[in-house]
Design a protein around this ligand. Sequence first.
Ligand SMILES: NC(=O)c1ccc[n+]([C@@H]2O[C@H](COP(=O)([O-])OP(=O)(O)OC[C@H]3O[C@@H](n4cnc5c(N)ncnc54)[C@H](O)[C@@H]3O)[C@@H](O)[C@H]2O)c1
Length: 249
Amino acid sequence: MPSALVTGGAGFIGSHVAELFLARGYTVEILDNLSSGKREHVDSRARLHEMDVRSAEAARLVTQTPFDVIVHLAAQIDVRKSVADPAADASINVGGTLNLIEALRQSARGTQTRFVFSSTGGALYGDFVDPPNVENYSKDPESPYGIAKLSAEYYLAYYARVHGMDTAVVRYANVYGPRQDPHGEAGVVAIFWCTATGHRRATMCSWATSPRQPCSPARIHFRVPNVSMRAHSTSAPASRRASPSSRGS
Ligand SMILES: NC(=O)c1ccc[n+]([C@@H]2O[C@H](COP(=O)([O-])OP(=O)(O)OC[C@H]3O[C@@H](n4cnc5c(N)ncnc54)[C@H](O)[C@@H]3O)[C@@H](O)[C@H]2O)c1
């Protein structure tokens, strides 16, 4: 039976990824420190290892277990926290990733296990490119979170090139769905939905898409079943750079 390790598997996206592997007949192990993930998100058929991605235990798990695939989603996901403490963000998002991939390299299955990294589409391209952001846009991360995700991508490219490892990167945009935390910093759909269904007013801060295009105040209407609400966008000086915290993860 094929086996998968899902880091961050007690979180929003990771718990769905774990269920998909289970549905396809994989044995699934989950590595999560439950800092934001929840035990109840872990399917009873999966085995939970409550540990930190940066730990020696996590490295040992990767070294000693012959996983066919490792999907690495465990991360510090809050752009604002990365701005407040870049070193702590990098420690998890770069250091944790390196801990796992280096453990895999040193294991007997170094080149046989596929390692899939969850990067970001929302924080890599900078704020002044015309959407939709396509993969070959030049990268211009404006937050420590985006810088760390891009650094991890480069490390994985290095491990593939130099050590022949099977690495892949997925750049999510704004993912939404069941089990998402609507009180988080990112996840615009969940935040708007929660605000709308709670009959509260949402404030949306919108900057110009180009430094040369000033943004005029706008009013945006949301309609959800039985509820309508309005959000206001505010204008900002044309030269002002968007706050990293305004970007999705
Ligand atoms: N949700 C989105 O729209 C979105 C967009 C772009 C990228 N991503 C990326 O997708 C991945 C999953 O995001 P999510 O939205 O499911 O977030 P989430 O917070 O629900 O899941 C992250 C999981 O990682 C765990 N975790 C955090 N730090 C850890 C550590 N040091 N050691 C072990 N476990 C740790 C948390 O407990 C949580 O279960 C992240 O890498 C995130 O950067 C998400």
